[in-house]
Design a protein around this ligand. Sequence first.
Ligand SMILES: O=C(O)CCC(=O)C(=O)O
Length: 235
Amino acid sequence: MDSEMLQRGFVPQPLTPAQCSALDTNGFLILEDVIAPDWLVELRHAFDEIFAREGDKAGAEVAQMEGVRRLADNVYLQPTLLSAVFHVLMRPFKLHSLNGHDPLPGSGLQGMHTDWGQPTPPGGPYHVVNSMWMLDDFTQANGATRCVPASHRKPGRMADHVSDSMSDHPDGSVAVFNGSLWHGSYRNRTDAPRRTLHCAFIAREHAQQTDQRQYLRPETAQRLSPLARYILDVP
Ligand SMILES: O=C(O)CCC(=O)C(=O)O
């Protein structure tokens, strides 16, 4: 574990052998019962409020998530998630981005892709780990994320193996996944929302997708714990 995280009070949550194996072999792991019911209600409410407030601009950058910062702290600091991220990256990391995703009814079919753009040798080192906080149950009908198990171990780029990234592949729900895994959201064929928070982490030597130093308000930074400032990579 990253000694800086430990110094800042992080208490690692040992993963079970089955959890480690899921991450290593399939490239993803579902963490169940992480979001307590009342927290889920709060997260859904915050998600809807931000979309209503920001309209078309929602999600343009992380400052628009400011209203849910307090809730979000518990997302990017979730101990089992951070332990899983370290298990995959095996070196110090930081938050890469935190944003919402809600495929509208009838839409949402996404090309299969990875969250790390470079080919990764099978077995790593890996660079990105993403997580999806499923604020609504994911089902086949509402566009559950599809992914190709073990694709993070394929040599080369996804395009070397897949000629049509829109075509069907085995699908399934994902909570924590290797950023080199091929995945994409599916079409929402219901009239209901399928809200997700994506919380991604990246090895510390790389730039963040969302530069938190640029967007974090000083008054927000003031109240953050030392561990939160480290994960967000702000002074
Ligand atoms: O929410 C999902 O199902 C996955 C979305 C995704 O992979 C992305 O937006 O890059």
